[in-house]
Ligand binder design. Structure first.
Ligand SMILES: NC(=O)c1ccc[n+]([C@@H]2O[C@H](COP(=O)([O-])OP(=O)(O)OC[C@H]3O[C@@H](n4cnc5c(N)ncnc54)[C@H](OP(=O)(O)O)[C@@H]3O)[C@@H](O)[C@H]2O)c1
Length: 254
């Protein structure tokens, strides 16, 4: 196929499923890791062997979005082109303290970290990707979003409001990058069974409620979101830009 995907946070959860889906479709993949270096390197080797595509893992901390500049320079020399960029990584644990919690306990530092990781990292990553895509005649940019800005989710005000902001940023980017042949969209997931969700103190409750709310009577999987990303990057989606595609098993309406 000769196309290249750059994606943040490819080691686990949704990012990992996207990396695997694109590799399976014959796309070369440059993905990032933060703490899981060994896991990332092993995954890259396994996928190269399984799908006969070029896969490389690079370090990136989305709390320092300028790091994207160095990352894309490495991608330039290792891959020579960028066709798809997906802003997927998300922070958890200590950096979200004061950002993940009830409204009355929100604090500037935690909120700023979530905004940086969600919105600023998308902006810098997408800018670097777009410069390469423009030279290559076009491309597709996606950010992962979540239905936590549509449906009340306990403790999720920091993430939900940042996802609302990144969805609006997507519309502006789509408007300004369209003439360069670049489409920009968001894929918004309902609750998906990953480490990020398992870190919720009320994980079991959220899981049970999701299954009960979905007319499909099951939880979302990382592969459900990977399929939507693959569709958006295909020519079948060639007139879709500036949109948020909701993949939530029907839960937002229940
Ligand atoms: N899970 C859900 O219910 C759900 C629903 C809708 C949307 N989403 C969205 O989908 C995306 C992926 O979520 P997920 O559930 O798959 O997350 P996850 O399982 O927690 O995985 C997080 C990924 O981000 C990386 N990461 C963590 N901290 C980082 C940092 N400081 N800098 C750079 N990378 C970092 C991790 O790398 P290491 O392994 O190297 O630490 C890992 O690859 C997020 O944007 C999330 O908001 C999730």
């Amino acid at each position: 196929m000769g196309k290249t995907l750059v994606i943040s946070g490819g080691t686990r959860g949704i990012g990992r499923a996207i990396v695997e889906r694109f590799a399976r479709e014959g796309v070369d993949v440059a993905f990032t890791y933060n703490s899981n270096r060994e896991l990332a390197q092993k995954l890259a080797e396994e996928l190269e062997e399984r799908y006969s595509v070029h896969v490389r893992a690079y370090p990136l901390n989305i709390l320092e979005p300028e790091g994207y500049k160095e990352l894309f320079q490495k991608v330039d020399s290792d891959f020579g082109r960028v066709d798809f960029f997906i802003s997927n990584a998300i922070i958890s644990g200590r950096p979200v303290v004061g950002g993940f919690g009830p409204f009355m306990r929100l604090k500037p530092r935690g909120l700023n970290n979530i905004y940086t990781a969600t919105v600023l990292a998308f902006v810098i990553g997408a800018q670097e990707a777009a410069k390469r895509m423009e030279k290559g005649g076009g491309g597709v940019i996606i950010t992962m979003s979540s239905t936590g800005n549509l449906v009340y989710t306990p403790n999720y005000a920091g993430h939900g409001s940042s996802k609302a902001a990144v969805e609006t940023m997507v519309k502006y980017a789509a408007h300004e990058l369209g003439e360069k042949g670049i489409r920009v969209n968001a894929v918004s997931g309902g609750p998906i069974d990953t480490d990020a969700l398992r870190a919720f103190p009320n994980y079991e409750e959220v899981k049970a409620a999701t299954i009960a709310r979905s007319p499909l009577r099951r939880m979302g999987t990382p592969e459900d979101l990977a399929g939507a990303c693959w569709f958006l990057c295909s020519d079948d989606a060639s007139w879709i830009t500036g949109q948020t595609i909701v993949v939530d098993g029907g839960t937002s309406f229940s």
